[in-house]
Design a binder for this molecule. Structure first.
Ligand code: A2P
Length: 314
């Protein structure tokens, strides 16, 4: 059971998908199999996660003629990494993701970040002092190259990730193929209300990454608040006889946000999809909204190097 949003391209996208960021090689194949077997029809991937080949191994077991699912029953997203923004690199990067996933097309291909890094094989190219090596390629030029992927049938639609409102409008103003999605960090401590209403007004759906607050982010520190352990969310969960994770996923869905909780544990993967047999009252929706503290857990490294080339609250 799932519900869908209809994208501006006309595609139907399942509102709950499996997130694969941080799912280690050795774990992600089983996670994808568990997800498909319990009813997930949406898998969120990215070249930068370094595990698309293993996701592909799982898809090969479940998707295709004579298998459990037809390709068109599954919604698969991947993302173009920052080192591949040069228009000359875009098609090859997309074809590499397709080859790793074992697919002939993607349902959605996102520009992972609005800024480009130095071209090449290194994921995070750096100067000798450790700071990131940017490139001057503008995301508008990258977008034009991504549009050709739609023309060639390699991807059904294209979208954005980590774009602020101004950058989203900037893309829309030059786009031949409009962005259908903006995927951003979003959870009860970072509700993104302004960006959400802006995206809605320009027919761009929002997908929440780190929808549960990303407790397993590699740089997590114990003095930061934990979304999943928030006492108010715990109290709400108890009243509905659900877990905090289920209440959060339900909150995303009820406010019209697609979400992609990551787990590698079959019981949690299943639990995170069991959110269509209850609904949160208006008061509880408001209460969860009030937990917002504009807390960003996924701060891009560019800010840590003091260069303000990205802001999503502008
Ligand atoms: P695990 O993979 O061990 O299940 P996010 O999606 O916000 O990035 O959050 C992912 C984190 O939340 C991971 O640490 C994941 O752990 C954990 N997680 C996912 N689903 C649940 C759940 N239903 N209950 C508790 N923790 C969960």
């Amino acid at each position: 059971m799932n519900t869908f949003v209809t994208l501006s391209s006309g595609q139907k996208m399942p509102m709950v998908g499996l997130g694969t960021w941080k799912s280690a090689p050795g774990q992600v194949k089983q996670a994808v199999l568990a997800a498909i077997d319990c009813g997930y029809r949406h898998i969120d991937c990215a070249a930068a996660y370094g595990n698309e080949q293993e996701v592909g191994e799982a898809l090969a077991l479940r998707v295709g003629p004579g298998k459990d699912l037809l390709r068109e029953e599954l919604f698969v997203t991947s993302k173009l990494w920052n080192t591949k923004h040069d228009p000359e690199d875009v098609e090859e990067a997309c074809r590499t993701s397709l080859a790793h996933l074992g697919l002939t097309y993607l349902d959605l291909y996102l520009m992972h970040w609005p800024m480009a890094f130095q071209r090449g094989k290194e994921l995070m190219p750096r100067w000798e002092d450790g700071s990131i090596r940017y490139s001057d390629t503008h995301y508008r030029h990258t977008w034009t190259a991504m549009e050709k992927l739609v023309d060639k049938g390699l991807v059904k639609s294209i979208g954005l990730s980590n774009f602020n409102a101004r950058q989203t409008d900037d893309i829309i103003s030059v786009a031949r193929h409009k962005p259908v999605i903006n995927q951003v960090e979003c959870h009860p401590f970072l509700s993104q209300a302004d960006l959400l209403s802006h995206c809605r007004s320009v027919a761009v759906c929002v997908t929440a990454y780190s929808p549960l607050g990303s407790g397993d982010r590699p740089w997590a520190s114990s003095d930061e608040p934990s979304v999943l352990n928030d006492p108010q969310l715990g109290a709400i969960a108890q009243r509905y006889q659900k877990t905090a994770a289920q209440v959060i996923v339900r909150w995303h869905v009820q406010r019209g946000v697609v979400c992609i909780p990551k787990s590698v544990m079959p019981s949690r993967i299943q639990q995170n999809l069991q959110v269509f047999d209850f609904s949160l009252s208006e008061d509880d929706m408001k209460l969860i909204e009030s937990l917002n503290r504009n807390k960003r857990f996924i701060v891009p490294s560019i800010e840590r190097h003091g260069k303000k080339v990205w802001r999503d609250a502008e």
